[in-house]
Write a protein that binds this ligand. Structure first.
Ligand code: ADP
Ligand code: MG
Length: 524
């Protein structure tokens, strides 16, 4: 089916999320929709899927204009969507989930599971998916859950399949499997809209590329474009992908986590006898697919969660048993994963947010109250140093863009002498320009001798920053390898394969992404 979006416009109040977007997807084509976070990709696809009514423009399928008043209409017209965040119910079986998809109800409104199982088997056979219709969703690995979402769409005869950032939750090897599936679907005549902000994936799989920036189409690109070309199109200026960084000069290990075990509220082991050490003047990055205990690890280091066993020492002093504030005082700088809940206080001004953790210490406090002038001067200085774009430091922090809020958090956390810097997903949601800046500040902190612990699910970020990489899988460190370790090796480790075995396996089998990588190096 040929899909055309003509002049799609979608506003959220004053914000124009999609501004006259044109997109043509040919039958049997993998069309990459590339754009930074917040560019308007999901919004456009939600319009196409009937979830949002556009403020302007039209959707044309095989030459016929269509109007969707809900996802039901879109599905009936042959459009399927796998959302950025899956929408499967964990306790259902595969067959039940798929049956729900097309409302296969038999007499008395009971789900027709027999028919559903038949469809799951037929589709699995056709595309070589290894999915058991009787398996429970919660027991399946993420990659398999995603395949169920795809089966669900195909069982409703999707001719156009939208995949919204499908690789965000996958290891490189799982991504490779997904790419194989996408190619097979395409060769069978399905059109695919593949949304991503990862350049190497686009180069590996796309037949055509449309780049959007701030709600507008800024260009079309060919799959033979280099990463640098795609990046400049996506960002609007030339970007350097590499972090300018000298080799680390590590000193002694001053931060150590030993045999740490943490349970979640339901009593499941989420950090499992974990060991980790960071030396002065080095960046240790914890890599892994999200949900393998990274969040709980950082929360436990800061004191937001208490472990059931283990020890955490900074400069030889035990941190466990001490309060959060006490740990921050001990010299921990903490950049949280989710800045909106842990990083800033929305109702406070930029200036106030810059002294959140210091408000009762000199020189900011004189007596019990804050000294407004000192707080103000501090804000002027920090915002300048960290290149925060704002109107007035007295404005509420919520008036700033995500990238600028993140710079405020960094400015606050890095504006005092640190004995340890922990940054979790330090650049999530930032534009490439801000990412460069944040990375260079983190490296500068390292070069000043601070031990730095980075936690990131973005392999590109890990590879850009890390002097050493600890790969985390199911609450444990699978292995610690040097910075710059091969992507394929890291990918296998992210699935639990020990380092040595991962090296042997990776030497045998290169992923498509690894191949794209080499091609890029060869042409560079
Ligand atoms: P992308 O998928 O490219 O990361 P989105 O389409 O999710 O971007 O978002 C585009 C812009 O629209 C962002 O600025 C985002 O904050 C805003 N936005 C998205 N959904 C909504 C919504 N439901 N209400 C208000 N603003 C939204
Ligand atoms: Mg999105």
């Amino acid at each position: 089916m040929k899909l055309e979006l003509r002049g799609i416009t979608k506003r959220f109040g004053p914000l124009v999320a999609n501004d006259h977007i044109d997109l043509v997807v040919q039958p049997g084509e993998i069309h990459a929709l590339l754009g930074e976070n917040g560019a308007g990709k999901s919004t456009l696809m939600n319009v196409l899927y009937g979830l949002y009514e556009p403020d302007g423009g039209e959707i044309v399928l095989d030459g016929e204009p269509v109007r969707f008043s809900g996802p039901g209409d879109a599905v009936a017209a042959g459009i399927g969507m796998v959302h950025q965040h899956f929408m499967l119910v964990p306790v259902f079986t595969v067959a039940e989930s798929v049956a729900l998809g097309y409302e296969a109800t038999g007499p008395l409104g009971i789900l027709d599971l027999k028919e559903s199982r038949r469809r799951v088997r037929a589709i699995s056979e056709r595309f070589g998916f290894d999915v058991d219709p009787g398996a429970r969703i919660e027991d399946l690995p993420v990659g398999a859950q995603q395949r169920v979402e795809i089966i669900k769409a195909l069982s409703r005869d999707a001719k156009v399949l939208i995949l919204d950032e499908p690789t965000a939750v996958l290891t490189p090897q799982e991504t490779d499997e997904l790419i194989a599936i996408m190619r097979q679907l395409r060769d069978g005549g399905t059109s695919i809209v593949f949304i991503t902000h990862k350049l190497r994936e686009v180069r590996a799989v796309a037949d055509a590329i449309t780049v959007i920036r701030r709600g507008r189409v800024v260009g079309k690109a060919s799959p033979t474009s280099t990463e640098t070309e795609l990046a400049s199109l996506m960002v609007g200026r030339t970007v350097s992908m590499a972090v300018d960084k000298a080799p680390a000069q590590p000193g002694e290990e001053t931060f150590a986590v030993r045999d740490l075990t943490v349970l979640d509220p339901a009593g499941n082991v989420v950090v499992d006898g974990l060991d980790l050490g960071v030396r002065r003047g080095e960046i240790l990055a914890v890599a892994g697919v999200q949900g393998n205990g990274q969040t709980e690890l950082t929360e436990t280091i800061l004191g937001l969660t208490e472990p059931v066993a283990g020890s955490i020492t900074l400069d030889g002093t035990e941190l466990l048993g001490r309060g959060v504030k006490d740990r921050l005082r001990a010299g921990i700088g903490f950049v949280p994963e989710d800045r909106s809940t842990d990083g800033v206080i929305a109702g406070f001004s930029i200036a106030e947010n810059l002294v959140l953790d210091l408000y009762d210490t000199a020189p900011f406090a004189s007596g019990p109250a804050l000294s407004p002038q000192v707080v103000h001067e501090n804000a002027e200085r920090r915002t300048q140093e960290f290149d925060v774009r704002f109107t007035s430091v007295d404005d509420a922090i919520s008036t700033l863009s995500g990238g600028n809020q993140q710079k405020v958090v960094l400015a606050r956390e890095m504006s005092r002498p640190l004995r340890l810097l922990i940054a979790s997903q330090p650049t999530r949601g930032l534009d490439v320009g801000s990412i460069e800046f944040v990375h260079s500040r983190i490296v500068a902190e390292r070069d000043g001798g601070t031990p730095v612990l980075i936690v990131s699910t973005e392999l590109d970020e890990v590879l850009a920053l890390a002097d050493r990489i600890a790969v985390m899988y199911r609450g444990r460190v699978v292995g610690v390898v040097p910075g710059g370790t091969d992507r394929d090796v890291l990918g296998l480790m992210m699935a639990g394969v020990p380092a040595e075995e991962a090296r042997a396996q990776a030497a045998e089998h290169h992923t498509a992404l690894g191949a794209a990588d080499e091609e890029e190096e060869a042409t560079a």
